[in-house]
Design a protein. Structure first.
Length: 336
């Protein structure tokens, strides 16, 4: 029994293998012959409020570049934002009239809004066996995220026309040929359970996600709920107050237009001889007109209150962020 426990423990601690094989003839690495592994990284990226040097801290960079913690936090609500299906290929995205927008945030990958879909370019290092073995397979969650991201490109680039679109939009390297791409995906998919998707991060059990629904989830549903998320949602657009009111309070203009039409109809009705002596209609007109005036005043007060809250929120956020950055830089200067 003790021997069995030891064997199982050693198997659990064993580093998982890459989802591609260095000896598989179908895997054609177009990069290893002319690039060092370090050259796959940018020199510097900006993460949150700090600078990150990928070549100095590769693990932190890869976690930020591949993991999807925000979507994983609300995974139980993702059925509201999308279907548990594969994302549509790039040529179908074009047929739907969607513009492909580049993002480097994995949490925004395959998120769509109106006529735009956000897609993260495929990092070259995901096509290199040595990189998988040296950097991705030592962390099981990181490996699952990398496998899920690569699987999403198997969805997006299903046909040769998709590969042409991907190269044109800067999603894939122009060095990749169609025959090599098909062979590489064949080798990769042989190591992925496409039925259970147990080899990929749970985010990739869903394909495309609707941004408007994600914003609602982030504002109202736990565990993501917070005052900051209530204001900004999942992905905030312009922080201009005018843009905010245009996005969220256009319904007030429609309500005012409807009230105007109804009040005009009531006024015409009261001007007719038949309805002038109809007490019930006059009472209803009086009540509706009073309620309309109250609604207009309440709407103006609501707009002013929301503007006031947003003004002080952004003011305090800017002040707090400025103090935190100054404090961090001061500690960096004083430390040996």
């Amino acid at each position: 029994m003790r021997i069995l426990v030891t064997v199982l423990r050693n198997q659990a601690l064993q580093k998982p293998s890459p989802p591609i094989s260095s000896t598989d003839p179908r895997v054609n690495d177009p990069f290893s012959a002319r690039q060092k592994l370090e050259s796959f990284h940018p020199a510097m990226v900006f993460q949150g409020s700090q600078f990150l040097r990928p070549n100095k801290d590769t693990a932190t960079y890869l976690a930020a570049d591949l993991k999807t913690p925000r979507l994983n936090d609300i995974h139980q609500h993702l059925w509201l934002a999308g279907l548990p299906n594969a994302a549509r290929p790039l040529h179908r995205q074009k047929l739907l009239g969607r513009t492909i927008s580049i993002t480097e945030d994995p949490d925004e990958h395959l998120v769509w809004f109106e006529t735009r879909i956000f897609i993260k370019p495929l990092p070259d290092f995901l096509l290199v066996y040595d990189y998988w073995n040296d950097n991705l397979c030592s962390d099981l969650e990181l490996r699952k995220s990398a496998c899920g991201f690569l699987l999403s490109y198997a969805w997006l680039v299903s046909y040769k026309s998709d590969l042409d679109i991907a190269k044109e939009c800067g999603l894939l390297s122009k060095d990749i040929e169609w025959a090599n791409w098909v062979e590489f995906l064949d080798a990769f998919l042989d190591n992925i359970n496409l039925e259970t998707l147990g080899d990929v991060n749970k985010r990739y059990k869903y394909g495309e996600l609707r941004l408007s629904r994600l914003n609602s989830i982030y504002r109202l549903a736990p565990p993501a709920y917070s005052f900051r998320n209530f204001i900004r949602g999942y992905k905030s657009g312009s922080t201009w107050h005018e843009a905010f009111f245009q996005r969220h309070f256009k319904w007030i203009l429609a309500a005012f237009a409807l009230l105007t039409v109804l009040l005009s109809a009531l006024q015409v009705g009261l001007a007719t001889t038949r309805l002038q002596g109809y007490a019930t209609f006059q009472t209803a007109s009086y009540g509706f007109a009073t309620a309309s005036l109250v609604a207009i005043v309440a709407g103006v007060v609501l707009l002013f209150f929301v503007w006031l809250v947003l003004f002080f929120y952004h003011l305090l956020s800017a002040w707090t962020n400025n103090r935190e950055v100054d404090r961090r830089r001061s500690r960096s200067v004083s430390s040996p």
